[in-house]
Ligand binder design. Structure first.
Ligand code: NAD
Ligand code: MN
Length: 513
């Protein structure tokens, strides 16, 4: 998920061509789809309830979304079950399923601008990011998993010749995907790609803050020729809709991205019901280690700044702990402060904006609470630390940096999920690595060094699902993504590892005597 530097983004003509769509959205001549999608049909909630979705850039209501009841969840699971058992999806020839899924990617691509606008308006994400990162990634994810479908082989085991022993993978059945609000379309794609590629059917539950793009993607499935019931969308709250899916006896697998706290609940739901498989992608408090031998501090500063401020810091793999060798701290910090000026806080629909609002009032309060705590802990405020653009009614926070963060401080250990960087120094590489591992999470890490040896040693010693060297990065669609420790459980998103997690493994043992 590389992003362009500020100046390149401004010079990019792509956005200007989108003015028309922008006008339509701003003047509300576009009607959002706000219904549940069950068995291929748009439906209001069975109890007639709706809930409001807010534009976090101005605090105003954007749309009223159909709220699923327990009965709606049952209907959606039944529709997914029927589509799975009766086919044709799960029984299609791989080459055929590939064709349909490739078409799905193309249909989503054709609606990229519309989806990008929804994400900007509902999630407060900068429109340039939505157009240049989120939507291309979303399309590429579906396409990549689709292309893999007819290239996967099963196995024959090295058993006695009197036996034919086959090890085959089968789709699990009905998968429920519980989505977060920070990358709504992209996370839907991370789940949909491998779930559908392997022949499962799915019930998607978008985060209550961001239902619009998921509903639209569900609608586009029909246009692409995905059979009714293969993708269902139920909207609503975690404590009701999410829980109902987690406890549902006819759901075979739950794939979740969100907080560790909620992730734990899905393990409990499963333990107390049908032992459905649970796959968790949770939080992170990811270290960005800059060793004392780093020659290119300018590049390190670029990546450090991008990593903490991109997507407003509402990113589980954001490097929110900067661990830097004491000898280069001042120089690096100066560069980072300079580069932070490029991170313009503004209206998400403005092409030059790099930081939009926090997702909602409650999250803004949480982020401001962490800033208060850092001040109380006598961490040294370097830049930011305040709300901004309050006159808009939106939930904006200044990009914020605290120095002198001690390992015992809250900012060192807790995930803020906002544009707040904490800096801690170390004396030698061993201490840097030890500090990196001194955390309950283990999602991602970055290491900067000019020594190959130090890079390799650090990459092996750091307990994290992804270690990036001399960059901030999550790899690409070909690499697995997930976490050690409290950052995850049960599997990996992206790559072919994601296919495995949605399959059962079956042994077929045939006596030939
Ligand atoms: P959350 O984990 O509560 O929500 C994620 C999803 O789980 C949503 O779809 C939500 O409706 C659902 N959910 C919530 N409570 C549930 C429950 N009791 N049972 C079943 N489903 C439930 O996240 P949040 O409250 O929106 O954000 C809280 C914190 O989580 C953030 O501040 C951040 O630290 C973290 N977070 C992480 C990610 C990530 O990408 N790993 C994404 C979003 C939030
Ligand atoms: Mn929550």
């Amino acid at each position: 998920m590389e992003r362009l530097a500020g100046r390149e983004r401004l010079a990019n003509p792509v956005f200007n061509q989108k003015e028309l769509i922008k006008e339509q959205f701003m003047s509300k001549t576009v009607d959002f789809s706000t219904k549940l999608i069950i068995g291929g049909r748009p439906l209001p909630g069975s109890e007639g309830k709706t809930f409001e979705t807010i534009n976090p850039a101005n605090g105003k209501v954007l749309a009223s979304i159909a709220e699923a009841s327990g009965e709606d969840v049952n209907k959606a699971v039944s529709a997914a079950r029927k589509a799975f058992e009766e086919g044709p999806w799960s029984k299609m020839a791989p080459a055929e399923r590939k064709k349909v899924l490739l078409r799905f990617a193309t249909v989503i691509e054709a609606h990229s601008e519309e989806l990008a606008m929804m994400e900007a308006m509902e999630a407060g994400k900068p429109i340039t990011d939505c157009l240049e990162i989120d939507m291309p990634e979303t399309v590429n994810t579906i396409r990549w998993h689709a292309e893999a479908i007819d290239k996967m082989y099963d196995q024959i085991s090295p058993s006695d010749p009197s036996i034919l022993s086959m090890i085959v993978r089968e789709p699990m059945g009905v998968v429920a995907a519980i989505l977060p609000w920070n990358f709504p379309a992209m996370m839907a794609a991370w789940k949909l790609g491998p779930i559908l590629a392997t022949g499962n059917t799915v019930v998607l539950k978008p985060a209550e803050q961001t239902s619009l793009s998921t509903i639209r993607i569900g609608e586009l499935a029909a246009e692409a020729g995905i059979p009714d019931g293969v993708i269902n969308v139920v909207c609503g709250f975690g404590e009701t809709v999410g829980k109902a899916l987690g406890e549902h006896p006819d759901v075979d697998c739950v794939a979740f991205t969100g907080s560790t706290e909620t992730g734990r609940m899905f393990l409990r739901y499963s333990a107390d019901t049908n032992l459905k498989r649970v796959l968790l992608e949770c939080g992170g408090k990811n270290p960005f280690i800059v060793m004392g031998d780093t020659e290119d501090l300018d590049t390190a500063a670029d990546h450090a700044t991008n990593s903490i401020f991109w997507n407003m810091g509402e990113n589980c793999s954001s490097n929110s702990r900067l661990l830097v060798h004491q000898s280069i701290k001042d120089e690096l910090l100066e560069l980072i402060v300079e580069k932070s000026k490029e991170w313009v806080v503004g209206d998400p629909l403005d092409a030059s904006t790099k930081i939009g609002p926090m997702i909602e009032q409650a999250h803004l309060d949480k982020v401001m609470g962490f800033i208060d705590q850092a001040n109380q802990d006598k961490n040294k405020l370097v830049i930011g630390g305040k709300r901004t653009r309050e006159d808009t009614g939106g939930y904006f926070v200044q990009p914020t940096i605290f120095d002198d963060v001690k390992p015992e401080n809250t900012l060192f250990s807790e995930e803020v999920f906002g544009p707040v960087l904490g800096i801690t120094t170390f004396k030698d590489p061993e201490e840097g690595i030890a500090l990196a591992n001194q955390n309950k999470y283990g999602l991602a890490a970055s290491v900067f060094t000019s020594s190959n040896k130090t890079a390799h040693v650090a990459a092996r010693k750091i307990k994290a699902g992804t270690v990036a060297v001399n960059c901030y990065g999550e790899g690409d669609i070909t690499t697995p993504f997930g976490g050690y420790k409290l950052s995850g459980f049960g599997g990996r998103d992206k790559s072919l590892a994601a296919h495995d997690q949605y399959c059962e493994l079956k042994t077929i043992w045939i006596d030939l005597t």
